[in-house]
Ligand binder design. Structure first.
Ligand SMILES: Nc1ncnc2c1ncn2[C@@H]1O[C@H](COP(=O)(O)OP(=O)(O)O)[C@@H](O)[C@H]1O
Ligand SMILES: O=C(O)[C@H](O)[C@@H](O)[C@H](O)[C@H](O)COP(=O)(O)O
Length: 170
């Protein structure tokens, strides 16, 4: 994508990283402040869009600065509600698509496990594969109600995923 990139992992306080590294799933108390920080970061981006272009999106270079893709385990509806409120015009509980949009990369457990095991074996990431099941236990996707969720096949190669996202929501 030609937008700015934000990885939600980079916004965790050290205590969260240490907890996950020890194989302990985060709880709401750990997640809510993290999600609020992510919301504030998205809001800053949104305010830039509004103030610099009155909401028109015709300059590709500026898109890179003003729009962002955030990779984030926004597992539950209530977590996504926090992120939606980055849009100052979003009415909580309305689920009306606004400036924050969600892509759900739908991927079977076995594929995720295989990927996360490989990533952990390379020593490149703090999250042990043992936490995967607890993440999927929390996953809640209701794209009937939440019309701003677009489902994309996460088993595809990355470039095809990007193509799908472009054709579906951009
Ligand atoms: N579409 C894909 N096809 C193949 N491997 C992938 C794909 N997406 C991610 N991976 C691999 O899976 C692992 C986890 O991906 P990552 O981007 O770290 O996911 P997340 O941050 O959502 O946990 C990485 O090693 C990455 O290279
Ligand atoms: O409990 C959570 O909300 C998640 O654990 C979340 O914090 C994220 O999933 C981790 O940062 C793992 O990182 P990856 O998504 O990159 O595996």
């Amino acid at each position: 994508m030609d937008f700015g990139f934000l990885d939600a992992d980079d916004f965790h306080p050290l205590a969260n990283i240490e907890k996950m590294s020890r194989g302990i799933p985060l709880n709401e108390e750990d997640r809510i402040p993290w999600l609020e920080t992510l919301r504030d970061t998205l809001r800053t981006k949104i305010n830039q869009i509004v103030s610099s272009s009155n909401g028109t999106y015709d300059d590709a270079d500026d898109d890179k600065k003003r729009k962002a893709v955030l990779c984030c385990s926004a597992l539950q509806k209530k977590y996504r509600e926090i992120l939606r409120t980055a849009d100052p015009n979003y009415k909580p509980g309305s689920y009306v698509p606004g400036r924050v949009k969600f892509i759900y990369l739908e991927t079977p457990f076995e594929v995720l496990l295989n990927r996360v095991n490989k990533r952990a074996a390379q020593g490149k990431h703090f999250m042990p594969a043992s936490l995967l099941q607890s993440q999927l236990d929390l996953l809640q996707i209701d794209n009937e109600q939440e019309k701003d969720i677009t489902v994309v096949d996460g088993t595809l190669p990355p470039q095809l995923i990007v193509n799908d996202i472009r054709s579906l929501i951009l």
